[in-house]
Ligand binder design. Sequence first.
Ligand SMILES: [Zn+2]
Length: 197
Amino acid sequence: MSSNNVLTCEIIAQETPYVTRNCSKCKRITEFNCSEKFRVNANQKMVDIWLIYNCIHCEGTWNYPILSRVHVNKINSILHEKFMNNDQETSWYYAFQINQLRKLCKDVNTDIRYELRKEYLGSMTNETTIRLCCKYDFGLRIDKLIAEIFDISRTKVNKLAQDGMLLLHPKINMKNKITDDIQITVKGDWYSIDTLT
Ligand SMILES: [Zn+2]
């Protein structure tokens, strides 16, 4: 049976990841959150840009280096404006550069709050395609999300995958992290449409 049923599932991050590192004021390893504010320094024509993180316990800050000693002419003028205006989307873009942050910090806590926005188009048949989209990658696992969508255990998710009831496109493992544009084909009648809407 061809699939006319599509569930679009948008994963919307509600906060940016925390970083763990030493606070020179607290004099201990602690967590910092992103202030969503940039610090821009211009020395002659050379520009430095940092994203400011705040210690969650004190007034201590950590500056995450974004650009170091870059000639002002080499910075895209629209991007430069965004740094100057503390554009929130731009700050989130850098705050989700988790691999880069991991190199600079002791740890990055990606266990953040998120919302699922589900939109179901279709009728009762026995095949549904789930389209996942997420603007920010924070290492959420596919099996964890599927369990949440259908309100079932992760063990059940893996059992269904083994039984060919859940197929991933591209063909990756259920334990992989979610990236934008993963599709899941759901077969069988083991779930109720009500859980999808
Ligand atoms: Zn502190």
